[in-house]
Design a protein around this ligand. Sequence first.
Ligand SMILES: Nc1ncnc2c1ncn2[C@@H]1O[C@H](COP(=O)(O)OP(=O)(O)OP(=O)(O)O)[C@@H](O)[C@H]1O
Ligand SMILES: [Mg+2]
Length: 221
Amino acid sequence: MLKVMKLSKTFQSADTKVKAVDEVSFELSDGVFATIVGKSGSGKSTLLALLGALDKATSGEIYVGGENITKMGDMKLISYRRNKIGFVFQGYNLVPNLSALENVMLPMEFAGKNHPTQVKRAKVLLAEVGIDETKSKRLPAKLSGGEQQRVAIARALANHPSLILADEPTGNLDSATGDVIIKLLKDLAKKEKTTIIAVTHDSTMSAKADQHFTMKDGKLT
Ligand SMILES: Nc1ncnc2c1ncn2[C@@H]1O[C@H](COP(=O)(O)OP(=O)(O)OP(=O)(O)O)[C@@H](O)[C@H]1O
Ligand SMILES: [Mg+2]
């Protein structure tokens, strides 16, 4: 469950002031796949950075699973990012010298899970995203873009996050592969009972979402 109340982020430099996120409020239940569309510069990535606690809001509140992350101290925020949030990026961002399986195990290693638990969960997740055992042993460079993004999605789910944030997850993929990834995100939100928010320029992707938003000049509608 995600609840955002009057969230704002202003970037201030010597001569200019940009309200990148402007009093945004919305709520999403567990299991929901939501998309945000909007022009370049409308504030989409800034909003995701606030939700993922990668950046601090100027004002407003964010509740994730009942906890107000805008009130958390730095130590709690580190644990929040590690355990409650999964990130998926346009460029996959897999660790190049680790196999697909090891990439999915990595967040669990950071979270202090034991090795057998890591292997078991990573295998389940890779199967869920459609990466077979042979491919799970390969390095990212030996996988297609769509396969790498599947691995990245499995990695994002590793620690049972409350929220997954995806910035242009299909941006580097052809439209057919992108469609498959979107369907996968929607199904996984339900199956893993997590909330997934994806930013996209692609209107066919947002048409498939459970809920979709448009961002314009920092406002969300
Ligand atoms: N660190 C920063 N310092 C100053 N201004 C920033 C910073 N980050 C973003 N902005 C400004 O905030 C506004 C929103 O940027 P943001 O990156 O959120 O847009 P976006 O919707 O993700 O765009 P795109 O579709 O191009 O990725 C823009 O005007 C941008 O220039
Ligand atoms: Mg962006």
